[in-house]
Design a protein around this ligand. Structure first.
Ligand code: MG
Length: 242
């Protein structure tokens, strides 16, 4: 199972490297279970797949979207209700409770995309006051800053890593057959699962500085798709490219 973040990771790298990696994914579709694991919403993924069709990027088998708050079938993009029950339960009533704290905050703007079971914002690092974070987290949520741009409010304990763990348990895949890849701070939870992880070379500086603390994560020298390929070789999956 290959679990890839999208922006900067599966969508990163030179055009020729991306074309060849997407064509490999199509060819190996019966052997490689591909999961998108992204901060984007299902709607945004739908648009992206349409946009990327000329590049040959096909729909994955499964999708973890909304930074771990949604799990869906990759081809239909229909959410998988059994996976959402525990996340829904943690999120119930949160939006209403947090609304007064999140009203007219300097340096914070709601993301234009629709979001489920979380709140998504963009923030301006020079204007946003991080003192808001503990005040929000008191209400049973986690706040996640990434890419020096994104500010997500998630149900406490829910992230890309926790939802990937739930998914692996649900499908019944051994840890040794899973590789993850990412480039930003919202991928840290994936790298902290202890599964094999690939940090692509274009990863944000704040994430790269944590590499020494992530024993199962490989720091690739190449960017985006080329970094994923390099990492798959590193973890002993090079035969899949023969
Ligand atoms: Mg990314």
């Amino acid at each position: 199972m290959l679990v890839t973040d999208l922006d900067g990771t599966l969508l990163g790298g030179e055009t020729d490297e991306r074309l060849s990696f997407y064509s490999w994914l199509r060819r190996e579709r019966q052997r490689v279970l591909h999961v998108f694991c992204t901060g984007r919403s299902l709607n945004s993924i739908k648009g992206l797949l349409r946009e990327q069709r000329p590049m040959g990027l096909q729909a994955p088998h499964l999708v973890i979207s909304d930074v771990g708050c949604t799990v869906a079938c990759g081809t239909s993009l229909q959410p998988l209700p059994e996976m959402l029950v525990p996340i829904e339960a943690l999120w119930r009533g949160k939006r209403r409770k947090l609304a007064p704290l999140l009203k007219d905050v300097p340096g914070l703007s709601p993301q234009p995309v629709s979001t489920d079971r979380r709140l998504g914002y963009t923030y301006q690092p020079e204007r946003f006051d991080p003192a808001l974070i503990p005040r929000l987290e008191r209400h049973g949520v986690d706040c996640l800053l990434s890419g020096e741009r994104y500010f997500d409010v998630l149900p406490a304990g829910v992230n890309k890593g926790s939802t990937l763990r739930l998914l692996l348990e649900w499908i019944g895949i051994d840890d040794g057959r899973v590789v993850t890849a990412g480039d930003s701070l919202n991928d840290l939870a994936m790298f902290e699962t202890g599964l094999a992880g690939i940090m692509v070379a274009n990863a944000e500086a704040a994430l790269r500085s944590l590499l020494p603390r992530l024993p199962r994560t490989y720091g690739a020298r190449a960017q985006g798709c080329a970094g994923i390929v390099e990492g798959l070789h590193h973890f002993g999956f090079g035969h899949l490219f023969d």
